[in-house]
Design a protein around this ligand. Structure first.
Ligand SMILES: *Cc1c(COP(=O)(O)O)cnc(C)c1O
Length: 395
């Protein structure tokens, strides 16, 4: 096994998984791991979910791809289904979260031009993550990710997250056409917006006729215990990028729109060769159906509570634990020091976890996590964190 012919965009752990079942993975040596990452919030149904496997296999045997030059009934069904869950009007399907955000950015700009704004700008957040294409990298609030790829794309105004005053100060800005933000910043370290902040953003957007664009790529499809995390605030966005959990592992993204935003594109304005093909669309349909049938929204909320309570109890009074944050099965434990090495230590303990923003342990377990698995996660993670924090600090 060698990675000599792969571009060095990742520094992967020296583990390869051979198969999975539910919340468990087995590596090529036959060792078993509890999966508290879900392929970065992708495998919501866990691994080898029978209904998903059957839907994909049956569709693959019928038809995999035809292109968007023809009607794709599976795509039309998925659009109807997902728009219904979100209270949105229509959807454009693509292949990744970055592409879903590209679509949102293009909708905002075209909407601006259609309403007479010459140089439309989009308000974006510090610590935001929207992808790695040039437009979405420019919208992303990570200097580390952007460095070396300048010139970045213009047309973004950056403000601190969860800071209403910063948005209000922009209110008279003539070029603003939209606000783009996450409800919970995932890559940025599991920062959670206040529900009242989100409601006020909705009001400001209504008043100023800006588009409220909520990136639910990571927080959507049940992860926080609602279909979409903004639903905790009782609001509806104008534009909503989706991806990660939508296809349970097949690459599918979507940009949903409502009202004026849903009428911006005309034929020729946007497109994709692969997007919304029959195979990925049935995976999306099977995902939504399983979440509903198995009450995985309720389960995500319950298991998330149990995990957070367990962590709070197990880590109470431990110096070095700054905060435990999150909603449902999107959980961050912020430490007082860089903790990337915990990923390798987790693997050694049979646990798949993630570290983001240098100092935040991120947990994104599959929505199918059971009571025993939530306990197991806490029981394996707490000693790891205690041991790590008890050691003298490196450097
Ligand atoms: C992961 C992520 C993206 C980018 O998705 P890709 O599929 O990696 O392009 C965009 N926005 C958010 C909130 C994400 O978490």
């Amino acid at each position: 096994m060698t990675a000599a012919h792969l571009m060095k965009t990742y520094a992967p752990q020296p583990v390869a998984f051979a198969r999975g079942e539910g919340a468990w993975l087995w590596d090529t040596e036959g060792r078993r791991y509890l999966d508290a990452l879900s392929g970065i919030a992708v495998n919501g149904l866990g691994h080898a979910h029978p209904a998903l496997v059957k839907a994909i296999a049956d569709q693959a045997a019928r038809l995999i791809h035809t292109s968007n030059l023809f009607r794709v009934p599976e795509q039309e069904r998925l659009a109807e289904r997902v728009c219904g869950l979100a209270g949105m009007d229509n959807a454009f399907f693509c292949n990744s979260g970055a592409e879903a955000n590209e679509c949102a950015i293009k909708i905002a700009r075209l909407h601006g031009h259609q309403t007479g704004v010459q140089n439309p700008s989009i308000v974006v957040m510090e610590k935001a993550w929207h992808g790695r294409t040039l437009a979405t990298l420019s919208a992303t609030g990570s200097r580390k990710a952007q460095a070396g790829f300048e010139p970045l794309m213009g047309g973004f105004l950056r403000v601190p997250y969860n800071d209403l005053g910063a948005i209000e100060r922009l209110s008279e800005h003539p070029s603003v056409v939209a606000i783009l933000l996450e409800v919970l910043q995932g890559e940025g370290g599991i920062h959670v917006a206040d529900l009242d902040y989100l409601r006020r953003l909705r009001e400001i957007c209504d008043r100023r006729q800006w588009l409220l664009m909520i990136d639910e790529v990571q927080s959507g499809i049940g992860r926080t215990g609602k279909w979409f995390a903004h639903q905790w605030a009782g609001i509806v966005p104008d534009v909503m990028p989706l991806a990660k959990g939508l296809g349970s592992g097949v690459p599918i993204g979507a940009c949903l729109a409502r009202g004026v935003a849903a009428q911006v594109f005309k034929p020729g304005n946007h497109g994709t060769t692969f997007g919304g093909g029959p195979l990925v669309s049935v995976a999306g349909l099977a995902t939504l159906e399983a979440i509903e049938k198995e009450d995985l929204l309720g389960n995500a909320a319950r298991q998330g509570e149990a995990i957070r309570r367990g962590l709070e109890a197990g880590l109470a009074g431990i110096a070095g634990v700054k905060e435990i944050r999150g909603k449902g099965l999107m959980i961050g434990i912020e430490l007082d020091r860089p903790c990337g090495e915990l990923v390798g230590r987790g693997l050694a303990a049979g646990l798949v976890i993630n570290v983001t923003a240098d100092t935040v342990v991120r947990l994104l377990p599959p929505l199918v996590f059971g009571d025993a698995e939530s306990r197991e996660l806490v029981d394996r993670l707490v000693p790891l964190l205690r041991e790590f924090l008890a050691a003298p600090r490196a450097g």
